[in-house]
Design a protein around this ligand. Sequence first.
Ligand code: MN
Length: 292
Amino acid sequence: MTFRSIEAVLPPDNLHFVGDGFRVYGILGRKEPLSMKRMSPFLLLDYAPVHYFPPNNGAPRGVGPHPHRGIETVTIAYKGKVEHNDSTGAGGIIEEGGVQWMTSGSGILHKEYHEKNFSKKGGEMQMVQLWVNLPAKDKMTTPKYQNINNKDLSKVELENNAGSIDIIAGEYEDHKGPAASFSPLSLFNVKLNKGKGTSLSFKESHNTGLLIIKGSVTINNSKKAPTNHFVLFKNKGKEFTLRADEDAIVLVLSGEPIDEPIASYGPFVMNTDEEIRQTIDDFNSGKFGYLD
Ligand code: MN
């Protein structure tokens, strides 16, 4: 059989701090070949590899008040805990292993930081923040949150003690992830035991990639992908295989491209420059609310 072709295995780069709390590689949405368009509907992915933060008695580290419009932000906490609150008074904690799926829609003003007790005690932080585009017709939808604890993910045990799949969104065989999205997409954490493997299949037209969160894997019995690397597949073929060279965790992203123009400015992603100007006006005139 022919496997889904690999376009590139890309090393991480662009390591930087977001605020003072999130030390991230800019994986998607920063430059070619992983432009905002290439992995549509996934616009941007910042990945914070394991990093130890010492105990901190001051204000928790993080990123201060900022708005979003036109996208969803998906935060996966692999290690550590992330807290957030917004200008409507809503707030919460993303537990270790949990996921927050936030629909900014028409607009949200929030801040994101290390959970207070985690910040005091110090510890290892490892997380992903993904920006998922909204179709033009849904960009101004009402903001909402889906808070998904680890135990609420759809969990599938693989055959032959190969490992397991945590489904955040989309479907694997008869199992469906808890997160609702506005366009067809899949988001899985695949955990594989050393020497074991599995195969996955997605529609050829769906943009598909892998972020190696832990360990290293061999794809299609041919290409090695080490920790922190991103595997970009071509839209050619459906099925690919993964085999763990050591115990591994792989974040799998696949989705139907949203074939609409992108106009982006910082935390706003719309379809036209006029919509961006309107968004900046709305923000400056207080329509996103206020937050200290
Ligand atoms: Mn944000």
